[in-house]
Design a protein around this ligand. Structure first.
Ligand code: PMP
Length: 344
């Protein structure tokens, strides 16, 4: 639904059609026009509302779900929240297997939204029986008539963005977009959006954002799954320790890696300079643009769209907590008073 002054049947009518907001200050030193697709304007405050609604409605169309059935998923939090929200409106039970890396706020929120949450260790391999993939798979086998969303390996994840995010950005930029910069987790956002955009104009450059500690960039460049690339990192929802089939690596032109520390500071900078209170991966995506800007990747007439996947309120105990930033050593090399504020 496009207009805010309408009355809606329920919260799900507000999924999608998020605004594209011009970035005016943070990119002032870089050539080109920069716009953020601010997915926090979805009712569940993230891009994952799109895939939750789309995948569940596709399952309904196929006759796989009836009221009272169970929907199962692995999630760093956002997809879980969206599935829980859709489940409430449509009358399903929701079970979520969550990584222990997820913030306490996110887990509390999922429980508040009626989901049953299993917290699984983050730093075990994907095929370990304790991993959230294996726990979700087991629950799916055990619970009769349950539907497993399986966002990392579900083509419908790509389709959801192909049918919504892509066309919205094309329309909002009046076809002028030259670059898309988006984080890659499942890869659904970047792959589906890019597919639509490249069908309209194959010259549009697609930049994926990956984390140090994740295999995606190396796999994109070499087609080799290099386990040495995998180590713990802080950013939630970005990068991976496996190769998701919901990522179309061929459609991505290049990957940029970003650090936990720079991404955290950049998220804070977005809030301070643009008044947009967005999540950790929004900082990561913006950090990728700043890195590319430094090596003069963009020119004057470029129209760059960056996807900001979620809202900052989900990170109050992490990047927006001075205590947490200090504990990570993220204030060690900066003027603490200028970022933490004056103490009375
Ligand atoms: N940012 C956040 C906060 C996320 O939760 C996710 C999803 N894991 C992403 C970015 C990446 O989106 P996608 O899974 O579509 O690649």
């Amino acid at each position: 639904m496009e207009h805010k002054n309408q009355v809606f049947d329920n919260v799900l009518d507000l999924v999608g059609n998020t605004p594209l907001i011009k970035l005016n200050k943070i990119t002032s030193q870089i050539n080109g026009d920069f716009y953020a697709k601010v997915e926090a304007f979805n009712p569940g405050h993230s891009s994952k509302d799109r895939i939750a609604l789309y995948i569940i409605e596709q399952a309904e169309k196929q006759g796989l779900l009836k009221p009272g059935d169970t929907i199962i998923e692995t999630t760093s939090g956002n997809t879980g929240f969206s599935i829980a929200m859709v489940s409430i409106i449509k009358g399903y039970d929701c079970i979520l297997a969550v990584s222990s890396k997820s913030s306490a706020d996110k887990i509390d929120m999922l429980k508040t939204m009626g989901a049953k949450v299993y917290v699984c260790p983050a730093n075990v391999s994907a095929d370990d029986p304790r991993s959230y993939y294996e726990v979700a798979k087991r629950l799916h086998e055990e619970i009769k008539g349950s539907v497993y969303i399986n966002q990392y390996f579900n083509q419908l994840n790509i389709d959801a963005h192909y049918l919504s995010t892509g066309p919205e950005i094309w329309k909002q930029t009046e076809g002028k977009i030259t670059h898309l910069v988006a984080c890659s987790g499942t890869g659904g956002t970047i792959s589906g959006t890019a597919k639509y955009l490249k069908e309209q104009n194959p010259n549009i450059k697609i930049v994926g954002v990956d984390a140090f500690g994740s295999v995606l960039k190396k796999f994109h460049e070499t087609k080799v799954f290099d386990e040495k690339e995998i180590y713990p990192y802080r950013i939630e929802g970005l990068g991976k320790n496996l190769i998701p089939t919901a990522t179309d690596f061929d459609i991505i032109d290049e990957f940029v890696k970003v650090t936990d520390e720079e991404s955290a500071h950049t998220a804070r900078q977005i809030a301070k300079s643009e008044g947009l209170f967005v999540g950790y991966t929004s900082g990561a995506a913006m950090q990728a643009i700043l890195q590319l800007g430094k090596v003069k990747k963009f020119s004057k007439n470029d129209v760059v769209v960056v996807i900001f996947p979620d809202h900052g309120s989900r990170y109050m105990s992490k990047i927006y907590s001075d205590k947490w930033m200090n504990e990570q050593g993220f204030f060690d090399s900066v003027n603490v008073e200028s970022v933490q504020g004056i103490q009375y």
